[in-house]
Design a protein around this ligand. Structure first.
Ligand code: G3I
Length: 733
């Protein structure tokens, strides 16, 4: 019994804290297909590797599962593979090629001509004197032919020339003391010796050596306006001159804040005008505001990464891959620059990749893998209305008829704004700032119908959305949003019916040593005189439902976000129930420390409820103070409390309700006569099978049990509103 009880408990908690990695049990975000399989209809997925990556079995396993394209991070570069004239260093270069040949993985050849890690001996003769460009070209040709012929069997694309264009930032330069427009070209030794002709030559030599390989011009910061145009102009000029440039490589050394989709698409659409092949050749997302392939960069501090930074990175990866999928007509490959944070050229403290320093997959890998192709093209219906839970006069947040939510926050100097509400499994909805410092954003998809708590994280600080009222959840007053529901009439306030009222009761609790509060719903007509059994006029008395909230909530949760009073009024007005009192007290849930579930007994709340609150209620209100006119029900942790207390004190309550709060088993109760009615319910995104089986077992054992599976909801208030609506119709019958 004890083991089953805690299993039920854990099941409940698991639905509360999906993000809590299932109670400390690490989630394997690499479970499921590899990225290469998830993107087989779009483009190949690659990775840049070093020596260790292709020799350590754990790392080669990741490569074989996730990737169908490999780039040698350094081993094929001219300075590494051909350090001196006539001296070739094929060791690691061959190992990487052979690893790919043995595992049927194709490669991107990186790179044949570059200003860094180059075979600088090509520029000088034996005496160190600069050689003529013709000598340089001979040496470059021999180098390219040697490397290409050695590896073209396993290579499908070559970065022929890398980073030949100047970076943004200095439109003018001094030449011979005169201010002249800055050259569009990087002032490399190649350029100074040959001008931009070396680019044409390198591509001609590569085409000679590999007639079918895809020849790529590769560079970083291609999304920077100036650099984008310089690359466009250079490649167009070369192609117009017949230089065999097949495609452009956008390296993709971005960060969690930059670029946005618009900036990225601008570059892709511009390059689409001149090439029909684009590769994202060196993708990584550092967790600061720097970007580009330059070697001067901040290495970050060895400190734990704030959770919101992880959310920003996941969101940025999701946005970038959505753009890549949209342009899969030209984007033929996306390569991550390094296998893990441990290997990253940026250093582990920049956390730039989907695998961490222990080669463990991060949630960003799952988010990149588990995209919803239909959602890529989905545009929310434009029938937005302000959220019913907004403060007076506040236009935002807004909801539409499909269940999308959109937000607007003014924070001109903020670097990031995240709404904690978003698609399941995602860290929330990351907003984007416009030039007026206004952050806006829409949930990636429709939210579950009903009420949702949320808050804003602005540069790591947690704040409420100034647009909405506040609701007590997660041990704080949070913002709240109401998503339209198909059956929302049962909790809609109706002007044409009598309404009860909710009174706040403060009472002294000796056991907790402080005043406690409960909200008490009294049905319309409460206190009216009725003819008693003895025919005398007497005030009508009522059964009482004690209705408990969940972890992080309090006595305001059921009356406000639960709309308990409105649901009761509508049920009574529609004649679906006889009136009864509902008591909604604070359940002492919020000092509970996660991870100590095994020790949770609810004894403190049992004492407060039965020995301190119930006497106050029966004294202050017209109750029928006996077991068969008393019910106890609770949602989530309130359900756990209900189960613990009703099994320990079966003499107190005649009706029991668990709302996403576990299940009863016949042998836990032992005697159907101790309880007149048991209700169990949850959302169909929780544990519906558990509920259905439990109700069936109880019925089979002779209990009057009823269940409800709420359609399209999870561990959230619409589930519990529907449960209250259903359960109330069977109480006190
Ligand atoms: O090979 C020498 C080794 O003999 C020596 O013991 C060691 C000690 O410093 O250095 C080794 O060379 C290092 C080389 O990587 C090989 O590991 C260089 O110092 C180091 O600067 C070089 O860094 C590489 C960098 O390119 C060079 O510019 C990074 O690993 C590599 O990720 C990076 O990749 C470039 C792309 O090729 C082009 N786009 C930008 C990207 C990032 O800069």
């Amino acid at each position: 019994m004890k083991k089953r009880f805690f299993t039920g408990l854990v099941l409940v908690c698991m639905s509360i804290l999906p993000t809590m990695a299932q109670w400390g049990r690490p989630v394997d975000y690499s479970a499921g297909p590899g990225l290469k399989d998830a993107y087989k209809d779009y483009f190949t997925i690659g990775v840049a590797v070093n020596k260790t990556n292709i020799s350590d079995p754990a790392q080669t396993a990741i490569i074989k599962k996730q990737f169908n394209s490999v780039t040698a991070e350094n081993a094929w570069k001219p300075g590494e593979i051909h350090p001196k004239e006539g001296v070739w260093n094929f060791g690691l270069a061959d190992s990487i090629a052979n690893f790919c040949r043995e595992n049927g993985i194709k490669m991107r050849g990186h790179c044949l001509c570059w200003h860094s890690q180059f075979a600088d001996w090509m520029f000088t003769d034996k005496k160190g004197k600069p050689v003529k460009k013709e000598v340089f070209y001979q040496r470059l040709r021999e180098h390219i032919h040697t490397v290409v012929n050695r590896y073209k069997d396993v290579v499908y694309a070559w970065d022929v020339v890398n980073e030949a264009m100047a970076d943004d930032g200095r439109p003018f330069e001094f030449v011979n003391g005169k201010m002249v427009p800055a050259s569009p070209y990087r002032q490399s030794r190649h350029f100074k010796l040959c001008g931009d002709e070396f680019i044409a030559k390198a591509f001609e030599f590569a085409r000679e050596a590999d007639p079918t390989g895809v020849l790529i011009y590769n560079d970083y910061s291609c999304v920077d306006n100036g650099k984008r145009e310089r690359i466009y102009n250079m490649v167009k000029k070369m192609k117009d001159a017949g230089v065999p440039i097949d495609g452009i490589g956008m390296q993709g050394h971005y960060n969690i804040y930059f670029p946005d989709e618009e900036q990225l698409e601008k570059a892709i659409n511009r390059f689409k005008e001149i090439v029909n092949i684009i590769h994202i050749t060196e993708l990584d997302l550092r967790t600061n505001t720097e970007s580009g392939g330059q070697l001067m960069f901040a290495r970050g501090e060895a400190k734990p990464q704030a959770p919101y930074i992880g959310t920003l990175q996941e969101d940025q990866y999701a946005r970038l891959f959505k753009v890549f999928r949209k342009h899969a007509d030209v984007i033929k490959n996306v390569t991550f620059w390094n296998l893990s944070d441990k290997d990253s050229w940026l250093g582990v403290n920049n956390h730039p990749l989907p695998f961490d320093e222990n080669f463990k997959a991060k949630r960003s890998l799952q988010i990149i893998r588990e995209f919803d192709a239909a959602a890529d093209k989905r545009v929310p219906k434009d029938d937005w209305v302000p959220n019913p839970m907004n403060q007076p006069g506040q236009e935002y947040p807004q909801v539409n008829s499909e269940g999308f939510a959109r937000f607007r926050v003014v924070a001109p100097d903020a670097k990031s704004v995240i709404v904690s509400l978003g698609l399941g499994g995602r860290g929330g909805t990351v907003l984007r700032k416009d030039k007026n410092g206004v952050w806006t954003g829409t949930t990636e998809g429709p939210m579950d119908p009903g009420f949702h708590y949320y808050h804003l994280t602005i540069d790591g600080g947690v704040f409420n959305d100034p647009g909405t009222h506040n609701y007590f959840g997660s041990c704080r007053w949070e913002s709240g949003i109401e998503i339209p529901a198909p059956d929302q009439d049962f909790y809609a306030w109706r002007k044409d019916i009598p309404h009860g009222n909710i009174q706040q009761v403060n009472f002294w609790s000796e056991s907790t040593g402080k005043m406690q509060t409960a909200n008490v719903y009294l049905p319309s007509g409460y206190g009216k005189l009725v003819k008693g059994k003895n025919g005398k006029l007497t005030q009508e008395r009522y059964p009482v439902l004690y209705l408990q909230h969940g972890w992080g909530e309090n006595e305001t949760s059921w009356p406000v976000q639960g709309k308990a009073g409105i649901i009761m009024d509508n049920l009574i007005a529609d004649g679906k129930i006889k009136p009864f009192i509902v008591v909604m007290a604070y359940g002492l849930t919020n000092d509970f420390k996660f991870g100590t579930i095994g020790k949770f007994t609810a004894e403190e709340f049992e004492k407060l409820l039965i020995d301190e609150l119930m006497p106050v209620i029966d004294k202050q209100f017209l109750t029928k103070p006996d077991k068969w006119n008393r019910a106890l029900a609770g949602l989530s942790m309130g359900g756990m409390e209900t189960k613990l207390i009703t099994l320990r004190r079966p003499e107190v309550f005649g009706y029991w309700g668990l709302l996403s709060g576990g299940q009863y088993a016949p042998d836990e109760i032992k005697d159907p006569k101790v309880v007149k009615y048991i209700f169990e319910g949850c959302g169909d995104k929780e544990n519906p099978d558990g509920i259905n089986k439990s109700v069936a077992d109880l019925k089979a054992a002779g209990y009057n049990a009823e269940g409800l599976i709420s359609e399209g909801t999870a561990h959230e208030f619409l589930t519990w509103r529907r449960c209250l609506y259903q359960m109330a119709q069977s109480l006190f019958k």
